[in-house]
Design a protein around this ligand. Structure first.
Ligand code: GLN
Length: 238
């Protein structure tokens, strides 16, 4: 690895990373390498302080208990907050949108203080929302529909400081009935979409990466297009 390699922080995969969310870091690394840009994934576990100097970061989903351990760790070692404050891109999936908010309430009703990077709060929905999601991005620079899989009890509400990532076409997203998914605030992009999200949504991957390395050459990968066709059609089959 050269000293100029892009360093992708995979934050707490030992407690946050349901449904293969850690794959988002692999997708980012590979999309850079295929363009001849050196990149590495730096795993940050509960045994490590969170470094503030990496180029971008990603966090995955988690069960209620595991996400509490993660929340405590992120508050104790505020490297992620420092990185976000200088504009390092952060991709947060499912439980991570909850953890990065002001607070979230677990399924048992206990309120946990969050990291405070996102102006969002989360309370349990009447029923768990599970299934395929298709959404229309609202973020400037994105034009392709987003696809992912959701499974969460928490329902997330945005405050004025956060904008939704997308308008839901099918599925629930942040909270059943609200019709929006995710949150964007500063350099943080959050979504309920598992998949892993970036394998299904290469445009979002390149959007995050281009903030670190500048404009990226187009990348045609037949398997990715095939996966997108299949997954975007999936909700219609159910
Ligand atoms: N534990 C959280 C919830 O159920 C997040 C779940 C997840 O990350 N898949 O709302």
């Amino acid at each position: 690895m050269s000293e100029s390699a892009v360093r992708i922080g995979l934050v707490l995969p030992d407690v946050m990373g349901t449904y293969g969310d850690s794959g988002n870091s692999v997708v980012m690394r590979q999309r850079l390498r295929l363009r001849g840009i050196d990149a590495e994934v730096v795993e940050i576990t509960l045994n490590d302080a969170v470094p503030a100097e990496l180029d971008l970061y990603t966090l995955g989903g988690a069960e209620d208990y595991a996400q509490r351990l993660a929340t405590r760790h992120l508050l104790r070692y505020p490297g992620l907050q420092q990185a976000a404050a200088r504009g390092a891109p952060v991709l947060a999936i499912c439980a991570a949108i909850q953890v990065l908010g002001h607070w979230y309430e677990t399924s048992s009703g206990e309120r946990v203080e969050g990291v405070g990077l996102l102006d969002v709060t989360t309370s349990p929905q009447g029923e768990r929302t599970i299934g395929e999601v298709v959404s229309e991005p609202l973020l400037a620079g994105l034009s392709q529909r987003l696809t992912g899989f959701e499974n969460h009890r928490g329902g997330t509400v945005l405050g004025d400081g956060a904008r939704p990532l997308a308008r839901v076409v099918s599925g629930a997203g942040n909270r059943a009935g609200d019709g929006i998914d995710g949150a964007v605030q500063g350099s943080v992009v959050a979504t309920y979409l598992h998949g892993p999200c970036l394998a299904r949504n290469p445009e979002l991957a390149d959007h995050l990466l281009s903030q670190v390395v500048g404009e990226l050459a187009a990348l045609e990968i037949d398997e990715v297009e095939q996966l997108r066709r299949e997954r975007l059609a999936a909700p219609r089959r159910h």
